[in-house]
Design a protein around this ligand. Structure first.
Ligand SMILES: [Zn+2]
Length: 457
């Protein structure tokens, strides 16, 4: 399942390689290592209060519960499956109904102390409102997640997540809480990132995997990376940091441990963090968020256990301003396990991709992250970035599946390479593809998230 011989930069153990400090490697040991029964009991108590809060303060959820025939009768956490799911479209609809805050803002407006705007791929931006306590909760969950990756107060952390309006900017609160030396930069400021890494003012890089790969490729081309102070790369925002071919390449080039974090704007921006054992991201939201896994087609509950695949669903347990109940995240994950050498009891998972990025070839679900895993093995002849070209809103794709694969600048477009990539996709993923090689300069934006699939007519 995991990679074979440890690549250069790989970590092993509870701390990052080379970190010999004596701090506890778990931020909130009391909560993060609690047995499942204790976590469920605490969550159940908090849910009772949350459910009353929703019924009394959220016209949006009061109506949803009424329509589901629940009315005002109490629903225990163990019976939460009786409650309807919430979709992103419904949350947007709640905003549109009474803009700008909508019908799910459950506190008086003078208690809303922070507002993030979602990037909104379609239509107008939407907002996420936080009370003072919500800000603190997000910071607490984010701190657990980032601390889990191995970041301690003696690290110097270069963050390339913008400081706002997007929820990823909340990371700065977590970095402050941990007491690190923070080096905040904006997304896409490549030259400043390279300066910071070469000059040694940061030993930790937080970036999307696309950007981290881009930086790794740049550094590989012009520098002996063993002279960098960089020891740790934390990726987030999209799958990649957990794909062996991509992770191992970055670890080898940079000599740094690569692990990942993940969150979701409407729930908590950093909700999962991968520990230095590098076996998937731990759920770090215990006590504040109740996670469920559901089947992709039937939406029946799937037991969270090793090997399970499904869509993550989240319920807020302590949220004041904009709580969500059984929110369908559209993130498809594979559970890697429910225990870990680090002692955390939060389950471990890898994100396979967004529901929208998934497609079906001859009845088999395919995630673009699986394609990246195959393509990544061809580095350095390819950069590691690739995407699937789809037409219209089709979910079912007839082979050959059109793929665009990025190759490094200055490299000639080698037809033999394209055929080899097609052969690898065929043998590993069992479908035919047509690979078009795209030079780095023409592939498009490398500095933030790369869409894993692109729709063309
Ligand atoms: Zn762990």
């Amino acid at each position: 399942m995991e990679t074979g011989p440890a690549a250069r930069g790989a970590s092993s153990g509870d701390r990052l390689r080379g970190d010999d400090c004596d701090r506890d490697w778990v931020w909130d040991r009391h909560v993060e290592t609690a047995p499942p029964a204790e976590i469920f009991a605490r969550a159940s108590r908090r849910w009772e209060t949350q459910f009353r809060h929703l019924a009394e303060r959220s016209p949006f959820y009061a109506q949803k519960f009424r329509e589901a025939g629940i009315g005002s009768s109490r629903v225990r956490l163990g019976d939460i499956g009786r409650l309807p799911f919430t979709t992103k479209d419904e949350l947007k609809g709640a905003i549109d109904q009474e803009p700008p805050f909508g019908t799910n803002v459950c506190v008086p407006l003078d208690q809303v102390k922070r507002i993030y705007q979602t990037s909104g791929t379609a239509g107008a931006p939407s907002i996420v409102a936080l009370s003072r306590r919500d800000i603190e909760t997000w910071t607490e969950i984010g701190t657990r997640s980032y601390y889990a990756t191995g970041i301690h107060d003696h690290h110097a952390v270069l963050s390339t997540y913008g400081a706002g309006p997007f929820v990823a900017g909340h990371t700065q609160f977590a970095l402050t809480r941990m007491g690190v030396r923070a080096v905040p930069l904006g997304p896409g400021d490549t030259e400043r990132v390279l300066f910071s890494l070469r000059s040694g003012i940061a030993d930790t890089l937080l970036a999307t995997p696309s950007f981290a790969q881009y930086i790794a490729n740049r550094l590989e081309a012009d520098l002996d990376s063993s002279s960098l102070a960089l020891t740790h790369v934390v990726t987030g925002g999209e799958p990649g940091g957990g794909i062996p071919a991509i992770r191992d390449h970055m670890q080898t080039v940079l000599g740094a441990t690569v692990n990942e974090v993940m969150g979701i704007g409407d729930v908590a921006p950093s909700l999962f963090g991968e520990c230095p054992h590098q076996h998937g991201m731990h759920f770090c939201g215990a006590g504040h968020v109740w996670p469920e896994l559901v089947d992709l087609e039937t939406r029946e509950l799937v037991t969270i256990e090793s090997g399970a695949v499904g869509e993550m669903v989240y319920t807020s347990l302590t949220r004041e301003a904009m709580p969500v109940v059984r929110f369908l995240s559209a993130d498809i994950v594979r559970v890697e396990g429910t225990s870990c050498g680090c002692g955390r009891t939060g389950f471990r998972m890898r994100c396979l991709g967004r529901r929208d990025d998934m497609f079906i070839v001859r009845g088999v679900n395919v995630y673009p992250s699986a394609i990246l895993a195959v393509i990544g093995e061809f580095k350095p002849r390819v950069t590691g970035r690739a995407r699937v070209v789809r037409h219209g809103n089709q979910v079912s794709v007839q082979p050959p599946v059109p793929l665009e694969v990025e190759v490094p600048a200055g490299q000639r477009l080698d037809a033999a390479l394209a055929r080899q990539l097609e052969g690898a996709v065929r043998s590993r993923l069992t479908f035919r593809s047509t690979v078009e090689l795209i030079p780095e300069s023409a592939f498009g934006e490398s500095t933030y998230k790369t869409r894993l699939s692109v729709t063309r007519e």
